[in-house]
Design a protein around this ligand. Sequence first.
Ligand code: HEC
Length: 484
Amino acid sequence: MQIVASRRELVVVVVGASLALVACSGGGGESEGSATEGTTATSSGSSSGAESETTSGGEALRPNWHEDVAPVVAEHCQACHSSGGIGPFSLSTYAESKDWAPVLAFNVAEGLMPPWHAVETAECAPPLPWKHDARLPEALITMFQAWADAGAPEGDPKLAAPLPTPPSLDLADPTATATMGSALTIEKSGQTLDQFHCVSLDPGNAQDVFLTAFQVIPGNRKVVHHVVIYVDESGQSASWPGGVKKDCGGGSGLSGATTMIGAWVPGGLPTEAPPDVGIPLPAGARLVFNVHYHASAGGPEIDDSTGIALRWTTQPLGWTSLFELLGDPGRGSSLTGDLMIPAGASEHVEEYVWTVSAGGADFPDTIEARLWTIGAHMHKIATNMRVWVEDRDSSATTCLAEMPRYDYNWQRLYEYEGPLEQMLRVRSGDKIHVRCTYNNTLQNPGVVEALAEVGLDAPVDVYVGEGTLDEMCLGAIGVAVKGI
Ligand code: HEC
């Protein structure tokens, strides 16, 4: 999609502009520390009076950093944009933030920040709101814009609004914690900084249990980029040397059917199943992480402590959560033939349909199945996924999710908000469609990145596979089932 490329260009332009601004004011009259005392204009005095810090009545301009912006940034941005966080710069103080104001305003207005990819579109209105929806309300987007337009006034620290404590990223009351069994050295290899290793973790449950919540614990935060979590029911990954299968591509590294139960990106909150829902973890099962490591340009880094905190119960709960991967390589049949994305195609579509069943067999309507979570797994050529359900009787469709700015770097599961009884029910015979769109041109920054990793500079035909220059079209759904 050209939009993606042009947006990035725009961002670069805006960043350039703000750097220019920094450069201008650097030599100017703005002496450090004096800004807070002055009651009049403190900035480099470029053109207009709009940059005055006070109104004619002597009151601090609103919105300003201390009264308006700081609490929003603390709540919505600092989980990533603080020193040591994954954001490319810190937004912890006024000094760190002020020169970014135009770029912040642009990114929030475009919906690029905070990162959130499941959005309503003309074709897709999901049936329920999302849990932990990170998108900013319109009033806050306007506030960022007004702050930037006014020249990013600081305001009076004496009037500073209380800062909310950012939500905890730790899982409360874990039953167990499992950590990787050996150390991995992550360093640049050839052209590429990205590596995908599968790591086997032993949850240590001697009996069958039901997971109700989990949270990934990144070991070396400098290199752990994202994690996809699978259940290895047979425990076959225990035989991997050191519990690691290196360079396992984009999947689980397991043979046979695999169950993806979650995905994690830095800043992500713990995954908690709805009340009374458990994810079965048989005795002896292991968990497998597909860890996307991004090597540091600064030299080798060791990761020996990535793991997962788990909460489980040994009592079966009212609902059992089952996960399905739909598409290719998953369940369902293709409506568009074998997955192949021709070089140069900018709006290539692959579509799959799966008829809801229990392992291929019909199940009676006395069994209630409700969809509570959904995610997309595709690689770097992909630009969009839409998933919808077609009712077996009326053929009426309900859109589950669309991700029109799919970004490989921000994979996660999205959970619906609300009581399970209100979540979308699927019955045996309903059809679930997964439609993936790809842009296999140099307009797509993901293609440029993927090609560079293998030393190419022109798009090639792309097929299904695990590699950087392969693709997938997978919709992951979590269904809570009662009555089995
Ligand atoms: C979950 C982590 C996370 C949160 C929350 C987050 N950011 Fe970011 N932000 C990032 C990362 C990582 C990048 C680097 C670009 C990327 O990976 O998309 C980034 C990039 C940016 C950029 C630069 C974009 C560019 O093109 O250079 C801006 C501006 C920004 N964030 C502002 C914000 C603001 C404002 C908020 C809060 C309203 C916020 N971010 C919340 C992680 C986060």
